[in-house]
Design a protein around this ligand. Structure first.
Ligand code: NAI
Length: 724
């Protein structure tokens, strides 16, 4: 059972505690050991009148149950008097729940000055005065928990409540700033957005809802947020009907309203960019004002840099988003298979080393659909479209950290040169792919434009990254793989929908017997072979890759990747085994470090991270659970180290850092709170319920050092069926 959260020794002020929500807060806190100042002016719901009855009644209820409470009848606008009641009676103040509230609903034009002022006085000034009176004491004792009470009428607006809405959203602003000012003194300021049956809502909520929306369903949420173990601040928590959810403001990515820093912003340029201004895809919560400023400074810098780079050249800017599903689909498209244990990490998002294949990232740099090649050709009096372009060569070079398993890139593509090869032209298209702050990688494509040469241009270019012929000796290694009949049908789902690869009629009209495989699919297959043979199957080991597509491949044919090792460069070329035709030529992969694997075929070599254990799946599940339930994991807290042993030797370690929370392979940086040592089989038995952890502990099968009490909190995490 979870330890009871108590408030012994704490003094709480609950304003407006004579009724509704405040009364429930006061009763609950008192029942858990807090000394409570039950403040209530005892007026009508519009703020008129006053009486001692409300507060006295609640104090009596608390005392009848053995609790400690004192009544206070001051108006919150004189909040300092309420805090004085706390100090005079209990000698300290730890918790303030600013809850008192009134309504003076009118449609906007009918709101009088008094309606406005009174509502603002009770909600805004009341919270200000009461909280400010305790602030210095909070700072001195380095402890304070404050709740502001907002409303969906404030967050979203509500007909007839303009005065109330304004005050209620004002309280969120107040909480935001106090959360910042109080943080270094352990003063946590959060906001509750309740919806409950009370005299304020009896004529607003439908009767069935009114009956169900008991204020005591919200009180535990507020009580938790004022507990000493609650360390979050600046949150807005909406709660009703036994449900609670965080809510926050988000900021879209926004749009640049002009092309160059020297351009003016016009009303028309605003209109032209409006769709992007209001596009909420990729919107983020920004919790600090400094993040907004930083974000703007970065945007400005980025904008200026791009403008400099663009010069007079036409650039094509796009964004490209991808996720785990895209990576797995791509991996299947380039022949990865679960039959190959070393491929699993490219196919299964739950794999502990799940990662993208390096050639996947070529896709974000593709420019086939952009107008830039045609624009470049038109400037030479020629043209390019879908029917006369061919992907001739591909280069990719990683600059920053290897990209993660999901994300969004911004890509700038532009034509750097157009070569005249006689009958055909070749457009060299560079792409630069950015993420967040910087360049992640760049690509270059040679796009053949058939029949559009002869314009008197150069045959070669200084800015072209050229293919390099393989050494003349026999290859050092060869890996073969038969492509599937559906290889092209599968690969196209990664984004190249040219019918040439699926439609027999289209293929026939272009002189092929059958739809052909995408050049990039063949490249992806060969690159996988090189990766496994010489790069330790580690994509982040790849620096650059270059290839030329020479001849088409028909799905079903067998690809043979021939490789030559030359320093940190692996030259390769790919042949179709059935015909002997070279289909990829002059290709190479540059590596940070050569890590040869002995077998010619992708081998099931043990991962550098240690051989697979049964408990790996358990930890994969825990990783998922912790991701899904980060707040819950955090509430358990603590850093737990698992030593998985085999014959007395530790064969793998896992860290459950629930403070952060994050789960990873290996030991934590600092000292763990709890260390558990157990064999793979016993851990599985404990997780599956067939071995009781206490029994395992008593029998010495599970060794625990450090904070044993804390280890017990982990129970639910260990049961494989249990959710956090
Ligand atoms: P309630 O009317 O039952 O309780 C409010 C209490 O505040 C009353 O007992 C009243 O005497 C007291 N009060 C009013 N003015 C005061 C003053 N100047 N000084 C001291 N006490 C004063 O209302 P309820 O529903 O429990 O509301 C509590 C808070 O929750 C209010 O701030 C309200 O605006 C807010 N709220 C309530 C919602 C609901 O669905 N009940 C929805 C959204 C917000």
């Amino acid at each position: 059972m979870m330890e009871q959260l108590r408030f012994d020794g704490r003094v709480a002020v609950v304003t407006g505690a004579g009724n509704g929500l405040g009364k429930e807060y006061a009763l609950l806190l008192a029942s858990r050991g807090a000394k409570v100042v039950v403040n209530d002016l005892g007026g009508a719901r519009d703020g008129a009148g006053k009486s001692a009855n409300f507060a006295d009644d609640v104090v009596k209820q608390i005392k009848d149950k053995g609790g400690v409470a004192v009544a206070d009848y001051n108006s919150v606008v004189e909040g300092e008097k309420i805090i004085k009641t706390a100090i005079d009676n209990f000698g300290r103040i730890d918790i303030i729940i600013n809850n008192a509230g009134i309504l003076r609903d009118r449609s906007f034009s009918k709101i009088s000055d008094q309606d406005w002022d009174l509502v603002h006085a009770v909600h805004m000034k009341g919270a200000f005065k009461t909280t400010q009176a305790a602030w210095e004491l909070f700072k001195k004792q380095k402890f304070g928990r404050v709740i502001m009470t907002s409303s969906n009428a404030g967050l979203l607006g509500n007909f007839g409540q303009a005065n109330y809405s304004a005050a209620k959203l004002g309280l969120v602003g107040l909480a935001n700033t106090l959360a910042i000012e109080g943080d270094k003194y352990n003063i946590k300021v959060n906001t509750i957005v309740p919806t409950a049956a009370s005299r304020l809502t009896e004529d607003i909520l439908p009767p069935t809802m009114f009956e169900a929306m008991k204020p005591n369903l919200i009180a535990p949420v507020v009580a938790y947020m004022v507990h000493e173990s609650f360390n979050e601040t600046g949150l807005i928590i909406d709660s009703t009907l036994g449900f609670a959810t965080k809510t926050h403001l988000v900021r879209a990515e926004g749009a640049t309203l002009r092309k160059k820093p020297t351009d003016p912003v016009t009303i028309e340029s605003v209109k032209a960019n409006w769709e992007k201004v209001v596009d909420m895809t990729g919107a983020k919560n920004i919790s600090k004002i400094s993040e907004v400023t930083l974000n703007l400074v970065e945007k400005l810098q980025d904008f200026e840099d791009r403008s400099k780079m663009d010069g007079d050249r036409e650039s094509y800017w796009t964004t490209y988003s991808y996720n785990a599903k895209d990576l797995a689909l791509y991996a299947l498209g380039v022949g990865a298979s679960v039959a190959n244990p070393t491929d699993l990490k490219f196919l299964y998002e739950g794999h502990e080393d799940f990662v993208a294949l390096p050639t996947f990232f070529v896709l974000a740099g593709m420019c086939m659909e952009s107008p830039i090649v045609n624009q470049a050709m038109q400037s030479l009096g020629k043209f390019a479209d879908f029917s006369n372009v061919l992907h001739g060569e591909q280069y990719i070079e990683f600059v920053g950290d290897f990209p993660s398993t999901e994300g969004t890139f911004t890509t700038r593509a532009y034509v750097v040169d157009v070569l005249d090869k006689g009958s055909s032209a070749v457009a060299l298209v560079n792409s630069e792919i950015y993420q967040d702050k910087g360049l992640v990688y760049r690509t270059q494509q040679h796009i053949f434009v058939l029949g559009q040469g002869g314009f008197g241009g150069p045959r070669t270019s200084k800015v072209a990254t050229e293919v390099v012929a393989a050494p003349k000796r026999a290859p050092d290694a060869v890996v073969e793989q038969r492509t599937a009949e559906d290889q092209a049908a599968l690969y196209r789902l990664s984004g190249d929908f040219n019918p040439l690869h699926i439609d027999p009629n289209m293929a026939a009209s272009m002189g092929h017997q059958k739809p052909i495989l995408h050049g990039l699919a063949s490249l992806g297959i060969s690159a996988r072979h090189v990766l496994t043979r010489y790069a330790g199957n580690n994509p982040s080991n790849v620096k650059a890759l270059k290839s030329r597509f020479v001849k088409p491949v028909v799905p079903g044919q067998t690809l043979a990747t021939e490789m030559w090792l030359d320093g940190n460069r692996v030259h390769f070329q790919t042949k179709v085994k059935e015909t002997g035709n070279v289909v990829i030529a002059g290709a190479y992969m540059d590596l940070k470090k050569v890590e040869s694997s002995s077998g010619p075929a992708p081998a099931a070599a043990p991962q550098s991270s240690g051989a697979a254990l049964k408990s790996d799946a358990l930890f994969a599940k825990i990783i998922e659970e912790v991701k899904k339930n980060a707040a819950k994991a955090k509430s358990i807290g603590g850093v737990f180290l698992y030593n998985i042993i085999d014959n007395g030797k530790t064969v793998k370690q896992w860290t459950l850092d629930l403070k952060t929370p994050v789960v990873f392979k290996g030991a934590p940086k600092g000292k763990p709170d709890v260390t558990m040592t157990v064999s793979d089989d016993d851990l599985i038995a404990i997780a599956g319920g067939s071995l009781n952890p206490q029994t395992a502990f008593m029998k010495g099968k599970l060794k625990i050092s450090g904070n044993i009490m804390m280890a017990q909190k982990l129970g639910p995490l260990l049961k494989s069926e249990a959710k956090l």
